[in-house]
Write a protein that binds this ligand. Structure first.
Ligand code: NAD
Length: 252
C-alpha cells in the first residue's frame, strides 16, 4: 500500500494503535508528524533514527489549541501540506457516569472530543487551500453501544461519530473526507490500564476475549493496517463512514 505522496498527522502516536499507524505509514513511504503528550514520543519505537527525513514529533496535549497549531505549522513547514489528519489520542477512566469527578469528565471530553474541533480549526483551512484532504477519527465499539464502566469514555466516543458525519457533510464540497474507525478491544496499554483499574484484571481481560464473537481481542497492527488502506488512494469513496473493526462485537 503506497503512501509515498502522503503527509499525515497522527495523534496518540507514542503507544498502541497510534504507534503502529506511524510505523506502517513510514514503512509505506508517508511523511508523518507524530503527536503525543508523552515526552518519550521522539524515542518511541526507534523510528526517528530510521526515518530522520520523514518523521517529525510534537509533544503536547491534544486537548489544548496550541498543540493543534504546533502540529499543523510543523507539517506545513516541514512537508508543505497535510493530506491526512488522524485524531487517535484518547483517555479513559473505568467508572459509571455518576462516579466521574467533574475534572475527569472534562478531561475525557477535552482529549477525546474537543481535540477534533481543534484539529478541524488548525487543519481544514490548509486542506481547503490544497484542494482536499482526509480526517480519520478513532471511535470505538463504545461509539455505538453502551458498555458498563465507560461513563465518560462512551459518550465521548459517541460524539466522535457525530462529529465525523457533520464534518463529512460540511466539507464534502471541499473534497475533504472524514471517516471514523471504531475498533473492538485492542491489546494496548489503554486496555491493560483499564484492566488494572477494574479491580480484577484477569477476569476483565478474559471477559473481553469472550465478548468478541471472534474469540480474541485485536493486535494494534490489525487496526493500523486498516488506517493504511483508508489513507491510500484505494479508499477514495469513503466519507462519513463509521467503520466497525470489532471481531463481530456489534454484530451481536
Ligand atoms: P494507548 O493508551 O496505547 O495510546 C494512547 C496514546 O494517546 C498514548 O500514547 C497517550 O500518551 C496519548 N495521549 C493520551 N492523552 C493525550 C493527550 N491529552 N494529548 C496527546 N496524546 C495523548 O491507547 P490505544 O488503545 O492505542 O488507543 C488509541 C485509540 O484507540 C483511542 O482513541 C482509543 O479510544 C481507541 N480505541 C482503543 C481500543 C482498545 O481496546 N485499545 C478500542 C477501541 C478504541
Amino acid at each position: 500500500m503506497d503512501l509515498t505522496e502522503k503527509v499525515a498527522i497522527v495523534t496518540g502516536a507514542a503507544s498502541g494503535i497510534g504507534a503502529e499507524i506511524v510505523r506502517l505509514f513510514l514503512e509505506s513511504g508517508a511523511r508523518v508528524v507524530a503527536v503525543d503528550i508523552d515526552p518519550g514520543l521522539p524515542q518511541a519505537g526507534g523510528l526517528a533514527d530510521r526515518y530522520p527525513e520523514r518523521l517529525r514529533c510534537v509533544v503536547g496535549d491534544v486537548g489544548a489549541e496550541e498543540t493543534s497549531l504546533a502540529y499543523a505549522r510543523l507539517a506545513l513547514e516541514a512537508y508543505g501540506k497535510i493530506d491526512v489528519m488522524i485524531n487517535n489520542a484518547a483517555v479513559s477512566y473505568v467508572k459509571p457516569i455518576a462516579e466521574h469527578t467533574p475534572e475527569e469528565w472534562d478531561r475525557v471530553m477535552n482529549v477525546n472530543v474537543k481535540s477534533i474541533y481543534w484539529s478541524a480549526r488548525a487543519v481544514v483551512p490548509a486542506m481547503k487551500k490544497a484542494g482536499g484532504g482526509l480526517f480519520l477519527n478513532t471511535g470505538s465499539i463504545s461509539s455505538v453501544v453502551g458498555l458498563a464502566g465507560q461513563g465518560a469514555y462512551g459518550p465521548s466516543k459517541g460524539a466522535i461519530v457525530q462529529i465525523t458525519r457533520q464534518m463529512a457533510v460540511e466539507y464534502a464540497p471541499d473534497n475533504i473526507r472524514v471517516n471514523a474507525v471504531c475498533p473492538g478491544t485492542v491489546d494496548t496499554p489503554l486496555v491493560r490500564q483499564a484492566a488494572a483499574d477494574s479491580g480484577d484484571p484477569e477476569a476483565f481481560l478474559a471477559g473481553l476475549k469472550t465478548a468478541h464473537p471472534i474469540g480474541r481481542v485485536a493486535q494494534p497492527e490489525e487496526i493500523a493496517q486498516f488506517y493504511r488502506f483508508l489513507a491510500s488512494d484505494h479508499a477514495r469513496f469513503f466519507t462519513g463512514a463509521v467503520l466497525m473493526i470489532d471481531g463481530g462485537f456489534t454484530a451481536q
